[in-house]
Write a protein that binds this ligand. Structure first.
Ligand SMILES: [Zn+2]
Length: 303
């Protein structure tokens, strides 16, 4: 029962954070404050009533249009709210049994509890999903992967995973190199995958430039890959990249096949295919089901 209530609560919280993210996604590109003024219609400027600000429900009640000026409210608003809500609910659904398991108790201190229940990883994932949805939408709408999200994401991913490794070592009491040594080794263990992931993108970027003499992949994508490497490890980042590239190729083929889009589509695709968006989707899939996918692949490949 606690599992169901906890999941619903996390889902509702996710909807609220998704709703706030929508405000950020509309205002960051314009350089506006996300706190003031209050939520307003982006077409006629009317300040929204409380009930018009409810995630998902308002959009359905208003049938996707502003009450006064009838301007359409993009489906992105509802999609972002649902995505954050569902991902937060799913993460909570998965972690709650371990949190309330009899093997895990608070008697050994909050840090041991966080580690053994897996709550530290789960809480981190909530932040990761929020950031990846933010980056995915910004890249799709503005071809923009802001440094302050990717770089903060890299720093946060490295710190959290490093803390996780240090805790593991501390709980196992297996360390012979002392705390500073453990921290240094853990820091290396999580930084190297991040660097390698970014290196892959930089290598592709360089090869592309050698062949075509123009920029193919942006530096923002390299920082995004470093972020995925910091959070998900090298295999997780590579899986995200694989999923992202396949999705991007599929999207490009569909765009080329649709007659209306074919006009200028080659230049459009070359200039505007948001690789970052596909990487973000790949990152979310990889964070949710990375291990089963990698295991299945290794079995299939005969390892
Ligand atoms: Zn309006």
């Amino acid at each position: 029962m606690i599992r169901i209530y906890g999941t619903i609560l996390a889902g509702l919280l996710g909807l609220a954070f998704g709703s706030f993210l929508n405000v950020c996604l509309s205002r960051w590109p314009q350089g506006e404050s996300v706190v003031r003024p209050r939520s307003h219609c982006r077409s006629c400027g009317r300040t929204l009533a409380c009930w018009e600000n409810l995630p998902v429900l308002s959009w359905i009640a208003l049938r996707g249009r502003c009450r006064t000026c009838k301007a359409g409210i993009g489906w992105r608003y509802t999609a972002v709210e649902l995505a954050v809500g569902l991902l937060w609910a799913l993460t909570t659904w998965r972690v709650l049994p371990a949190v309330f398991s009899p093997d895990v108790s608070l008697t050994e201190g909050p840090l041991v509890f966080l580690y053994t229940s897996g709550l530290d990883i789960a809480l981190g994932r909530l932040i990761l999903y929020w950031a990846l949805i933010a980056l995915g939408v910004l890249d799709a709408e503005h071809l923009w992967l802001p440094n302050w999200i990717t770089l903060t994401g890299i720093g946060l991913g490295i710190s959290l995973n490093c803390a996780h490794l240090v805790l593991a070592d501390w709980i196992a009491e297996g360390s012979s190199i002392g705390l500073p040594g453990t921290i240094a080794v853990s820091l290396l263990a999580v930084s190297i995958p991040a660097l390698a992931s970014a290196g892959l993108i930089l290598l592709i970027r360089w090869v592309y430039w050698l062949i075509r003499r123009r920029e193919g992949i942006g530096l923002g994508d390299a920082k995004l890959m470093a972020m995925l490497g910091a959070w998900l490890g090298l295999s997780g980042a590579l899986l995200s990249f694989g999923i992202g590239v396949v999705m991007g190729a599929f999207f490009a083929l569909v765009a080329l096949a649709v007659p209306a889009a074919r006009r200028d589509s080659e230049t459009w695709l070359a200039a505007k295919l948001p690789l970052g968006t596909f990487l973000c989707v790949g990152g979310i899939v990889s964070a949710l089901w990375g291990q089963p996918i990698i295991d299945a692949y290794l079995r299939w490949a005969g390892f």
